[in-house]
Every structure is written in structure tokens, then in C-alpha cells.
Design a protein around this ligand. Sequence first.
Ligand code: PLP
Length: 339
Amino acid sequence: MTIENLPFIPHSRPTLGEEEARAAAAVVASGHVAEGPAVAAFERELCTHVGVAHAVAVSSGTAALHVVLAAMGIGPGDEVVIPSFVCSALLNAVAYTGAVPVPADIDAATLNLDPQEVERRLSRRTRAVILPHMFGLPADLDRFIGLGVPVIEDCAQSIGAVHGSRPVGSCGQASVFSFYATKVIATGEGGMVATRSRELAARVNDLKTYDRRDEHATRFNFKLTDIQAAIGRVQLGRLNTFIGRRRAIARRYCSAFRRAHLFPVCARCRRGLHRIHPPGRGRRHRLRPARLHSAAPSSQTGRVPPHGAGLAPVRFNPHLPVADGCRCRTNHLRGIRPA
Ligand SMILES: Cc1ncc(COP(=O)(O)O)c(C=O)c1O
């Protein structure tokens, strides 16, 4: 068999089973399929997991970003710093509000936002920094919070990871989660905003639905359904098992590629969810025998750096060399089932 004939390792297959099927079927049988008691229970359970007082379920991670920015009053004339290497949902969410996305470069070793690069891009218009914990690796929250600008933690790829002794999602002004099919826990589509602030949670709750209002204001329909929430509750209950499995798989990869020195982050990332990425262009060829998706231009994880996307007005269109170099060189571990 030639290398070209080897099967690709699939990107992030969801782990759904009988329990999720039963939970969804029970909601269908109840006749209450829209937002209801399952959503409320899912919100409470996520609060417990993340260690925050308030959580508001929404229809996707993108919706979570959009509605929390809107709830923070961010709009035209404002700027929001985002990483230059991340999925374009962040760029879109900022653009929906009318604010200007300001991409900053990332740290080559962690693929997370580089705090010094963020500091260089702050202006008197900056209203927030969106800080994803990329591929499950917690970013250095203290450095970002120390910048004195509200931080929105983006935990779309990192629910269950821990920064020091604190779960990711518990430190910023607000945090967002995604339950898209390829995420750590999956409900098909889905998202959540979490925050310690009662006022912010109330504004998110107000904005996410247009129904049952006496007065009119422009609002969204960003609700999660009880069917999705029922699946999400089961998935959340399995989170520690998922993380244990990811770590076991990561250990296998690290051990298999030990001599290639491909995974510098893994060794330092014991509190994260574990992901691997080849560190440099020059070594890319070493991945070929395993046919990892990361080495392929078609990889779903080779995200568009916002500064190159041309989707929205951005304050800078700078050369962001680390992000440019990282495109198409990343690889998730979740869902990968080694033979
Ligand atoms: C870091 C990050 N933030 C936000 C999102 C958007 O989440 P969703 O696909 O649920 O809208 C994603 C999705 O890939 C993501 O990776």
C-alpha cells in the first residue's frame, strides 16, 4: 500500500450513543421540543462544570460570540482584538455588531494569541479581546486579563481544560462555548455564554429571543432546543471520559512520533485537552507516513487567518507571520480512533 492509499484519520468524529438517543427521544415524546426544562438544566450543569454563576444557552458558538458582544454594548466605532489564526466565526461575530475586528498574531509554540501582539494592537477604541484556548490548550489568562481590557474567553475547543486551578471559561468577563458536531461535546449545533455577571447574563437572555415582549427592540432568535440540550446534558456527563480518551490518544501519538520531536506542546499541556501540531514547515514531510489530516491542504482544521480572509473590514491587514506559517499545520485529536 502506498502512502497515497492510506486512509485519512477523520477529523473529530462525535461520540454519540444510546444514552444520547434515549435522551433526545424522551424530549420528542414529551412534546416540548423548543427551549424548555432541558435547556435550563443544561445551563445549570454547565455553570457547575465551569465554576460560573450564570450560563445562557444559544444556538451556536458564533451566536454566543455575537450576542455577548451585543450585550456588552459593542458596536460601530469599537474595535475587538481577535487572533489571526482561528476559525472565521470570530471575524464574523465582530463584523455582525458593526465593530472592527483587529487581528493580532499568535504564539508559535502554543498557537494561542500572543499577549505582546495584543498589547501592540490596543487603541482607545478597543472594547474587548476574544481569547480562544486553541485546540484545548489554555491561554495564559493572567497576562491577558492584566492588559485591562475585557476578555471574552472562547472555549469552543477547550471545555474541560484547566488553567492553573481554574477551569477555562471562569476567568474572563464572559466565556463562550460551542457544541458543534466536531467539538469536545456535541449537540449537532449549539453554544453557551457563561459569566459571573448577573447583569450581563440578563442582557444576553434578553437579546437572544424576540418573543413575549411588551416593547419592541431589535433582538435575535438564538435559542437552543430541548432536543439539543438533552443530548448536551448526556455529553457533559461524559466529558471527563472524553478528555481521558483524548489524553490517552495523545500519549500514543507522542510516543509514536517521539523521535521526530513533532509535538512540543503535548509535554507541557497536562491540564489541557491535548492536541498536536507539527512545529515547523520544514518538518511537515515527517507526518506523511501517518497521513494525518493536518498535512493536507484540504484539512478542516487549516483555518483561514482573518487577516487574509477578506470577509470584513479589519483595522490592519498586516503581515502576521506566525499565523501564516501555522495555516494547514494543525490537527485535532478528539474523536480520532486509532486502530
Ligand atoms: C475557537 C472557535 N470559536 C468559535 C467557533 C464557532 O462555533 P460554531 O461553529 O458553533 O458557531 C468555533 C468553531 O469552529 C471555534 O473553533
